[in-house]
Design a protein around this ligand. Structure first.
Ligand code: NAD
Length: 451
């Protein structure tokens, strides 16, 4: 504990020395981060394969490539983001100027999960660096190869008093949460998010919570079935369904259910073959506990497709579960695996109450050609973010803020939103000393008399 405490103190000293305040320093650190990723690229693929059996395609698109894009974008725009913003000043403040200064918080703590262990540790770090903070990263203990590599890469690239990795389980995480950080950025589950928030409240530390939940995927009668099926299969089964914004369950208009399920089967086999478990390129379930939890869901309905599993290697083939009802256990918890339960609706309005029952999904996807219905969904259903006629692609546009609502999270990031998240907006009024306005002071006559 005293070591962790010293680390935080050292970072505080480094921060207060002011080194991180300049544009040049921050750009240089972002470039170092980018060079680090390039230098370690082969080992990144290797460690993610060892931890999760991730394919090269998945690492490139969802981890490595994503980070590169985010760093490039940040480097390109940082100068503009850092500028103090001049805002209007009312006539009652005549002579004054109003500015918003972009101030880093200080020493930040980034706690990350196992499902995208590189991306979710380093993507917030890009925002922390850009905004001029120092950082301590606590990656997941469930991906030891990637967490070891993260520690090694960061140690080789940055001074410990600027950025460092501390590995460990929940005990370590909780010890860190007792320290006087200036900002906490947590990505993980809802129950742990509550613990983090409670801990942060003890010291009134501002925080971001990127959490999970059940994200519905609604397919309406006029949807283009082929596009819908392909995009649902991609979003659901990438990383074997272990994605916070994966479509959790399918809510399909009764009259097209059979057609959609037939097409989903075709798309699964096109993308993953008829037995992905044997491909050697299919992401595994993170551990035996999660494997057992997922396999238990098989009894929650009728297996319409898939259902094969291999406990030794922790693999589960893409599985569609039909005849599920809203009361089923699989509909009470975030699935976080390659199982797609299917429910139906007749009229679109019916989905409202069901989705409200799932409480604040992190994402929502709606497939339909009807613009009026698209607008209805966007305006009437509560969700963090989502897509019309696609799944998960909203994350790939860093112009869009990414975050939850209610139980799926607090705050947002990606692109400029990451910079903003790690920045305190300091309001400053610069007053003139050339004159004074009499009416603001007691015992002066109201009016615009200039003293
Ligand atoms: P988790 O909450 O179990 O763990 C996340 C991190 O918290 C890990 O580093 C872990 O060591 C630490 N931790 C665990 N228990 C703790 C405790 N009691 N006190 C303090 N720290 C603790 O989450 P996970 O299983 O690693 O990840 C899966 C969850 O994360 C899912 O719910 C998923 O939806 C969510 N998630 C959300 C996003 C997002 O961006 N919104 C992204 C990925 C995952």
């Amino acid at each position: 504990m005293s070591n962790f405490h010293d680390l935080v103190q050292n970072q505080k000293e480094m921060f207060h020395a002011g080194k991180t305040m300049t544009y040049t320093y921050r750009i240089h650190q972002l470039q170092k981060l980018q060079e680090m990723l390039n230098r370690y690229e082969p080992r990144i693929y290797e460690s993610l394969h060892k931890d999760l059996n991730k394919s090269t395609y998945e690492v490139l698109t969802t981890e490595f490539g994503f980070l590169q894009q985010e760093i490039n974008y940040t480097i390109k725009h940082l100068r503009e983001w850092m500028q103090p913003k001049k805002v209007k000043t009312p006539n009652s403040h005549k002579g004054a100027k109003s500015l918003i200064y972009k101030q880093p918080y200080g020493v930040t703590l980034i706690i990350s999960p196992w499902n995208y262990p590189l991306n979710l540790a380093l993507s917030p770090l890009i925002g922390a660096i850009a905004a001029g903070n120092t950082a301590i990263i606590k990656p997941s203990e469930l991906t030891p190869y990637t967490s070891d590599l993260l520690e090694e890469m960061i140690k080789e690239t940055f001074e410990e008093k600027y950025i460092t990795v501390i590995q460990g389980d929940r005990e370590v995480s909780q010890q860190l949460l007792d320290l006087p950080f200036d900002y906490i950025f947590f990505t993980g589950s809802v129950p742990v998010g509550k613990i983090v928030m409670e801990k942060a409240s003890q010291q009134l530390i501002p925080l971001t919570l990127e959490l999970g939940g059940k994200s519905p995927c609604i397919v309406d009668r006029d949807a283009k079935i082929e596009y819908a099926a392909r995009r649902i299969v991609w979003g659901k089964f990438v990383n074997a369904g272990q994605t916070c914004v994966a479509p959790d369950y399918l809510l399909v208009q009764e009259s097209i259910k059979q057609k959609l399920l037939d097409q989903i089967k075709i798309e699964i086999e096109k993308m993953y073959t008829s037995n992905p478990m044997e491909s050697g390129e299919y992401t595994k379930i993170i551990n035996k506990n999660h494997f057992d939890r997922l396999v238990n869901y098989f009894d929650e309905g009728e297996i319409h497709y898939g259902g094969e599993s291999d406990r030794t290697n922790q693999l589960i083939n893409p599985t569609i579960i039909d005849q599920v009802n809203w009361g089923s256990k699989i509909m009470q918890e975030e699935i976080f695996g390659p199982l797609l339960p299917v429910l139906t609706f007749d009229k679109l309005e019916e989905v409202h109450d069901h989705i409200e029952h799932s409480r604040n999904p992190l994402a929502l996807y709606y497939f339909s050609e009807n613009e009026k219905n698209q607008e209805w969904v966007i305006r009437n259903l509560s969700f963090g973010g989502g897509c019309i006629n696609d799944t998960m692609m909203h994350l790939g546009n860093n112009q869009l803020p990414f975050g939850g609502i209610g139980t799926s999270g607090i705050g947002k990031y990606h692109g400029k939103y990451s910079f903003d998240t790690f920045t305190h907006e300091k309001s400053v009024l610069k007053q003139t000393t050339a004159f004074d306005l009499a009416f603001r002071y007691p015992n002066s006559k109201m009016g615009r008399k200039i003293l």
